[in-house]
Ligand binder design. Structure first.
Ligand code: NAD
Length: 434
């Protein structure tokens, strides 16, 4: 146990933690290696979180040639998985020759709740709420002033009776328009004010008995389930133009649609299918400085909306046209959080043409759809391992401490041979023996 750890200086923390390792000197060296030599930049990063010791690097790649609603774009992707950027780039190129991606925002509504307990007459509570609704809203005016002046703010406030789920449980259900902000902090501030006002007003409400006046606020928090903050990305083209020949194209389209049907019907497949979509989504969400935990939680809840976990993407052949689309909830911002603070995040926003929140939703959804297209295309044709292992080859070689010369020779060999962990080890060992 250590007490007062957060009060130690960064250097003291690094020394203390390094002493827990078999080789303290080496452990400290690793931390130092990843600290940035630019002190101002390093301090900026250190101040993002508590007890920061160093930086955790992830590769930032780019996927060029995305045509989204007629504009050509390069998408930044922060991801450690070998094949993701290559797959996105391939899908971008494939669809740019076929009219590109379409994307549209279907809604931008955010949600939050004051969860509270009231053990009294439900009709009296409803009457109280209707009488005090304007006062409740007015109490948030100082917080919402700037957002309202931009055209956003609280869009709806309702009382919800949740006693079916838990005895005495009610909610203030609050809907928000947060424009270019993801809105978590703004929403939570509004909710905490509403909760405070609710309790004060109830305490003074003459029609309530003493027990009814004592409303218990359990918590006030936004929801990351945002089924009305939706974006749709889609592609389509005549079936016969999908691959080199009309015969191959038709076979491919039919198999592709069947694969999506399987992902819709079978949760074991749906989870992996949607994980592939999240490969694209998370990479752009992280590069854009947004909260990927919030996005992932909301997206997976949406996938299970019907009561069964299903595919997020849909595919069909209609009138000889192949249609493939992805609809997902996305609460992301282009202001707030780290978006203007992290230099590399700012760089990524500029690369994407400084999008507003809706445009960023389009880009993220398109990255998810592109990723899914590339993965399912591989699955129903060559299989996923061919492309994946080609990209993973360098990881295997690095694990084995291969030199630059060895890497070149082995990579050349595997241009014409199937990559597997075993095969790479064998080729490298043979090379070393010779
Ligand atoms: P924030 O607190 O940085 O606030 C953003 C502010 O930007 C807004 O309140 C607004 O005043 C201002 N703004 C300027 N121009 C604007 C424009 N054009 N449109 C909208 N607002 C504009 O950020 P936030 O969006 O309130 O919160 C996001 C952060 O909250 C993320 O970092 C997230 O990780 C974190 N967070 C998430 C959760 C959760 O998801 N459960 C909970 C707590 C915190």
């Amino acid at each position: 146990m250590v007490s007062g750890f957060s009060k130690k200086t960064k250097a003291e923390k690094m020394i203390w933690i390094s002493q827990q390792f078999h080789n303290p000197k080496e452990a400290l060296q690793v931390l130092n290696t990843y600290n940035h030599s630019d002190k101002t930049l390093q301090t900026l990063h250190d101040e993002f979180i508590e007890n920061a010791l160093t930086n955790f690097y992830m590769p930032l790649g780019i996927a060029p040639n995305f045509n989204i609603n007629g504009t050509t774009l390069t998408i930044p992707m922060a991801i450690e998985e070998s094949s993701v950027v290559a797959a996105a780039s391939n899908a971008a190129k494939f669809w740019s020759a076929k009219g590109g991606f379409k994307a549209q925002t279907l809604g931008t509504e955010k949600v939050g709740h004051v969860h509270f307990m009231y053990h009294g007459d439900p009709i009296k509570l409803q009457r109280f709420f209707e009488k005090q609704k304007d006062v409740l809203l007015a109490s948030t005016e100082a917080i919402t002033q700037n957002m309202r002046s931009r055209g956003g703010g609280i869009t709806a406030l309702t009382l919800v009776d949740k006693r079916d789920a838990i005895s005495g449980y009610y909610q203030l259900d609050v809907r928000f328009e947060t424009l270019d902000a993801m809105g978590a902090n703004f929403i939570n501030s509004c909710l905490e004010q509403l909760a405070k006002t609710l309790r004060e007003l109830a305490g003074q409400y003459a029609e309530f008995s003493e027990i009814e006046k004592d409303i218990e606020i359990v918590m006030s928090i936004l929801s990351n389930y945002v089924p009305n903050c939706l974006v749709k990305a889609s592609v389509s083209c005549p079936v016969d133009e999908l691959l080199a020949t009309p015969e191959d194209s038709r076979l491919f389209a039919e198999k592709f649609v069947q694969a999506i049907r399987i992902a819709d019907a079978e949760p074991y497949r749906a989870v992996t299918h949607n994980k592939g979509i999240m490969n694209g989504i998370d990479a752009v969400v992280i590069a854009s400085g947004n909260d990927f935990r919030a996005v992932a939680a909301g997206v997976h809840a949406f996938a299970a909306m019907s009561g069964q976990y299903r595919s997020l993407s849909k595919a069909e052949i209609k009138d000889d046209v192949f249609h493939f689309s992805l609809t997902i909830p996305l609460a992301v911002g282009t202001v707030g959080g780290l978006t203007k603070l992290h230099p590399l995040v700012r760089w990524c926003h500029e690369l994407m043409g400084t999008p507003n929140a809706k445009e960023l939703m389009h880009i993220i959804a398109v990255a998810g759809l592109a990723q899914n297209f590339a993965a399912v295309k591989s699955l129903v044709t060559t299989g996923i391992q061919q492309g994946h292992m080609k990209m993973h080859l360098l990881n295997i070689l690095n694990q084995m401490g291969a030199t630059e010369n060895e890497k070149q020779t082995v990579v050349e060999h595997f241009k014409y041979n199937t990559v597997s962990h075993h095969a790479v080890v064998e080729v490298l060992e043979k090379l070393r023996a010779s």
